[in-house]
Design a protein around this ligand. Structure first.
Ligand SMILES: Cc1cc2nc3c(=O)[nH]c(=O)nc-3n(C[C@H](O)[C@H](O)[C@H](O)COP(=O)(O)OP(=O)(O)OC[C@H]3O[C@@H](n4cnc5c(N)ncnc54)[C@H](O)[C@@H]3O)c2cc1C
Ligand code: SF4
Ligand code: SF4
Length: 1011
């Protein structure tokens, strides 16, 4: 570390209460945003409070180090990366400071996330209406920094139309409130310095008045440059109701280059009490584009495009398929080429059907009768908006080095030119050997499109060269159509050089004057908006010309990621052909495009550790970035096996939430196994990890002395000793060993002469996992009884003839995988495959109870290099309830169930069940019990996650994860409610956190058996 940098770090640490992060790993995690760029910051501070932020600015100024404020880091243009001291507001500076219900205003800190603010406002019947697609992660500070715009901007405007005031800190330490200016201003300028500054601003605006008129794009969606037109408005929508100047509006869109926003005062609106959606289906893309100009005349609050590629991608995604299909009208068996989502909203619910009827009539007049799917149900509308909002993310899941690149993706053109603009740009793409997918804001002429480019490739065919060529052609069209080159995402590194092109030399000089007035030392986020670098400066790229992963002999098979794609057809090459020296592992990590979707707190599972710590290190994105940098040697030699990497992975609970929720399919649980495998080669297992990993091997004999094994929770002081010597939390009871494991039933039955098996009926193999077998064998017995009651011949899988340990029960290898012992896991998997092969070959289903074990057969078994046998087993391995539902749906299930005393079941799905879409079957089978109402708990990971919650150092975090949703929901359940959880660790977490007993669904069904 350069000496000045280390001096600054020391000074910051002395003064700040919050985190000061100057190590290479932390800096690496803040070196990227959702753009193609990567710049190593000087350091990062995560202020604990506003005083910290102010002190950081002061110390940076004294050291002449640039300053870069940051929210969620979801910018697409590189405005959130730079060689500067990054100030991350998102972790602590996220409070509501003041609220005036009558005036409908709220004052907030910059790090508050839009969805959180709106959740806070909802009980008051208000909302903040700039509804960006990244509403679950975008902070108000970042939204103001970028002048962000939402899907409903046609009705509500952009950030600039909805910010009333900004309390700012300038780089010289001046604190000032920027807001309404003039006689009505509530707050006067605080200092002579800002008084002078403002009068100079007025002077510049007056001098440039004619140039503003001449050069300024006259569209709503213009976010490039500084908003100098607040002094002489050019926007289609006025900035203020009375036409006066609001100085905060100059700061909006300044991308951190003028001032640090300490607080923002926002204008609120009443929540619209009703909304309806008309989904117009178009036979051609051109027809959709051409219709937009007519549709907006009906006064909708949004008109959003989803094109054919996006429709197909959504249909291919199991999460989105049912929703998107409910919006489509197929003609002659063909899906539409595009749909427009047309929303009408208002307070008068009764008036909305009439407005939908107008839309239907209009489409008839335009030659498209019967093309509108009408949706008045709020749930259906919300689901479809989620699909649209996920648009970009869905698109980014393309594997290979060619990726959709954001650089002209928010040009805005007047609606009458939209059809021609999109058609011509599509031709431009084709000429450059690529193509793009179109979606988003048709209402305001801002259509998103990202041509697929390979930014690693150099020369004339390389991404940088094509990016420039396409940008120039697009710009020429934007000029011809009198549009705006940036209509949503801002300037940053990719578009600041186009500010001069858009506004001309006079206004560019005026922008530089503005910058120098606010920030004479040039410390605020330099190189953005004014005095920019070139968009194709490859030294700023995330994938620089010298980028290359290091060779790595991987434990798991990552070849599915080691591919290339054709930008036109999007066809991908064969697995393993992509040229990744890390055998696909590096390319898998590179899939993370930093969109920040994992920073969400509401629905889904991803990412439980971040939800608790709010630390970028503990986020799927933070981990993927760290891996990418380590695998490509950017964090020094041996980074993959370093302590810093170990810490990066430490709080990943392997829940597989990201496998399902991350739009690009980052599967950090699997990546963690790979990392641990390499870690193990250098660092031996600790005793505690050995105890966990090898449990399947010692369980048979330990269960024979179960009383001894259980003494830990009976003898006073034993738990304390176990924490002291093994790191097992004394605050937890360990799962109690049983002396009567399920796999010994046959022994006992034949000994007692009572082998009770159904002699006829279809076969099914019941897989006895280690956890249920040795800790809760009655679950397996219940499952057997239910299956037998339904008429199946239940076989319990045992080691194959010739197995070296014929008496040891089978194991899926989960505990070995969790500790990185991949070779041992593979050995267990081989035993299992050999034992199950005769059944699998006959097509007999293999049914298991513990989600993390059974689903290992459908997941990790496939990447352990076990060939066809593993694939065959994966296709037949089913969770108990999945099997029952399959039989039920096929009309084969004969299970007589009677009503139970309980009337309500509360269901918590195991994370791996959620990752495999396997929670619904539990609901279905519980639904077969007469009069039982089933409700799901909307929860992320329970926090126990295998051994994680038992580890002393993780106990507190584990409990916090549980407290995030699951444990309070269980506590709120009625005393007679059933609590159902299939995961062993989930049940233990519920017991520890609530003293309630949760049960496996098999136990519930067993009790409901009639007769
Ligand atoms: C998948 C995807 C979809 C998107 N959809 C939309 C969309 O619908 N509409 C839209 O407008 N944008 C969209 N964006 C872009 C981006 O999400 C938004 O601009 C968002 O508002 C940025 O918020 P953030 O908290 O991530 O800001 P950041 O990226 O962290 O910061 C944005 C800018 O604001 C500055 N800044 C942050 N905090 C402060 C502060 N306290 N003081 C001064 N300056 C500050 C930063 O320096 C930076 O220049 C999308 C991005 C992605 C990846
Ligand atoms: S890990 Fe996935 S969700 Fe998170 S930023 Fe990366 S791509 Fe987006
Ligand atoms: S596996 Fe779970 S904890 Fe780990 S990164 Fe993914 S979502 Fe987060």
């Amino acid at each position: 570390m350069a000496p000045e940098r280390s001096r600054l770090a020391q000074r910051l640490r002395r003064v700040l209460r919050g985190d000061v992060l100057f190590d290479a790993f932390s800096r690496g995690r803040y070196a990227t945003d959702a753009s193609i760029y990567q710049v190593d910051p000087v350091g990062v501070v995560v202020p604990a409070d506003e005083a910290d932020a102010i002190a950081a600015i002061e110390l940076a100024r004294e050291s002449r180090v640039p300053i870069l404020p940051r929210g969620g880091g979801t910018s697409q243009c590189g405005q959130t990366v730079g060689e500067a001291l990054v100030i991350d507001n998102s972790r602590h500076l996220n409070k509501v400071i003041a609220f005036d219900r009558d005036a409908m205003t709220v004052e907030v800190q910059p790090g508050i996330v839009l969805d959180h603010l709106n959740a806070w406002l909802r009980p008051h019947g208000l909302w903040y209406p700039v509804d960006v697609s990244t509403s679950a992660q975008a902070t108000l500070g970042g939204m103001a920094g970028n002048n962000s715009c939402g899907s409903r901007s046609i009705a509500y405007g952009n950030m600039v139309h909805n910010v009333l005031g900004i309390e700012a800190i300038l780089s010289d330490g001046t604190a000032e409130y920027f807001g309404p200016f003039g006689a009505d201003a509530k707050r006067a300028m605080a200092s002579a310095r800002t008084g002078e500054l403002v009068s100079r601003l007025f002077g510049i605006a007056a001098r440039e008045r004619d140039e503003i008129e001449r050069r300024w794009p006259k569209v709503l969606r213009r976010v490039g440059g500084y908003n100098l037109d607040i002094f002489h408005p050019q926007s289609e929508l006025p900035y203020t109701a009375d036409g006066t100047v609001n100085l905060a509006h100059l700061l909006v869109g300044s991308e951190g280059t003028l001032a640090y926003f300490r607080r923002l005062v926002l204008k609120l609106l009443p929540l619209p009490s009703a909304k309806v959606l008309g989904v117009v289906n178009f036979p051609t893309f051109h027809a959709a584009m051409d219709s937009a100009q007519h549709i907006v005349r009906l006064g909708p609050s949004a008109v959003e495009l989803v094109d054919r590629t996006m429709i197909d991608l959504s249909r291919a995604n199991p999460v989105f398929r049912p929703t998107i299909e409910s919006a489509l009208i197929e003609r002659d068996g063909r899906a539409p080429e595009a749909i427009l989502l047309v929303e009408f909203s208002g307070d008068d619910r009764g008036a909305l059907p009439g407005r939908l009827a107008q839309l239907v009539e209009l489409m008839g007049d335009l030659g498209l009768p019967g093309s509108v799917v009408e949706m008045s149900d709020d749930g259906r509308q919300k689901a479809l908006w989620e699909v649209r909002k996920a648009g970009l993310n869905i698109m980014m899941s393309l594997r290979g080095d060619g990726k959709p690149v954001s650089f002209i993706e928010d040009c805005a053109v007047p609606l009458e030119h939209l059809a021609e603009y999109t058609a011509r740009l599509t031709e431009v793409f084709a000429r450059h050997g690529t193509r793009g997918t179109w979606y988003a804001h048709a209402s305001v002429g801002t259509l998103h499109v990202r041509p697929i480019l390979d930014m690693r490739r150099q020369g004339a065919e390389g991404g940088a060269a094509k990016m420039r060529a396409i940008a120039e052609e697009a710009a020429a069209m934007v000029r011809r159509f009198k549009g705006a080159y940036s209509g949503e995402h801002g300037d940053g590194l990719v578009r600041s050089e186009w500010v001069g092109w858009q506004f001309g030399p006079r206004l560019t000089r005026a922008f530089e004057e503005i910058k120098d007035l606010f920030d004479p030392l040039g410390l605020m986020n330099p190189g953005k908006i004014v005095r920019p670098s070139s968009m194709d400066d490859a030294s700023l790229f995330r994938f620089r010309p010298d980028y290359s992963p290091r060779p790595l002999d991987t434990a798991l098979d990552w070849s599915a990621w080691d591919v290339q794609n054709d930008p036109v057809t999007e066809r991908v090459t064969a697995p393993g052909s992509g040229g990744d020296p890390a055998r696909g592992f590096a390319k898998a990590a590179e899939m993370c495009n930093n969109n920040g979707h994992c920073r969400k707190f509401d629905a889904g599972t991803m990412c439980p550790s971040y939800r608790v710590t709010r630390d970028e290190r503990d986020l799927t994105r933070g981990r993927a970035n760290t891996l990418r940098l380590a695998l490509s040697g950017q964090l020094g030699d041996d980074a993959l096996v370093s302590q810093a990497m170990h810490e990066t992975m430490a709080l990943c609970v392997g829940c597989k939430g990201c496998k399902r929720d991350c739009p690009t399919g980052i599967d950090m649980a699997r990546m963690k196994i790979e990392v641990l495998y390499h870690h193990r080669k250098r660092h031996p297992l600790r005793m505690r990890e050995r105890m966990v990993a090898f449990m399947p091997r010692y369980a048979p004999w330990l269960s024979r002395v179960a009383w001894l094994a259980n003494l830990r929770d009976l003898l006073p002081g034993a738990a304390w000793l176990s924490e002291r010597f093994f790191g097992l939390s004394a605050q937890r009871r360990l799962p109690a060993w049983r002396g009567d494991p399920f796999t010994r039933d046959r022994e006992r039955a034949s000994r007692d002469g009572a082998a009770a098996v159904v002699e006829a009926g279809p076969d099914v193999v019941l897989w006895a996992d280690t956890f249920d077998n040795y800790f809760e064998p009655d679950n397996l017995r219940a499952a057997r009884r239910v299956l037998q009651a339904a008429g199946y011949r239940v076989h319990v899988a045992r080691a194959a003839p010739g197995d070296a340990q014929p008496d040891r029960p089978l194991c899926c290898g989960r505990t070995f995988l969790a500790t990185g012992l991949v070779d041992e896991a593979r050995a267990e998997a081989r035993r299992t495959l050999a034992a199950l092969a005769p059944w699998v070959q006959r097509g007999v289903p293999v049914v298991g109870l513990e989600p993390s074990c059974l689903l290992t057969m459908r997941d990790e078994f496939l990447v352990l290099g076990l060939g066809e046998a593993a694939a065959a087993l994966a296709s037949q391995a089913l969770l108990f309830e999945e099997f029952l539902v399959r039989e039920h749906e096929a009309g084969r299930l004969k299970l007589a169930l009677r009503a139970m005393p309980q009337r309500r079941a509360l269901l918590h799905g195991h994370c791996h069940q959620k990752a495999f879409d396997a929670v619904a079957p539990i609901r279905t089978v519980l639904g077969l019990i007469p009069s039982l109402k089933v409700e799901s708990i909307e929860s992320s990971c329970c926090g126990m996650a295998g051994a994680f919650g038992y580890e002393a150092e993780h106990h507190a975090i584990s409990m916090k994860m549980g407290e995030a949703a699951l444990l309070p929901a269980v506590r709120a359940a009625g005393p007679d409610d059933l609590i159902v959880a299939d995961g062993t660790s989930c049940r233990h977490q519920i017991a520890d956190g609530t003293q309630r007993e949760a049960e496996h669904v098999a136990r519930v069904l067993e009790r409901a058996l009639a007769g």
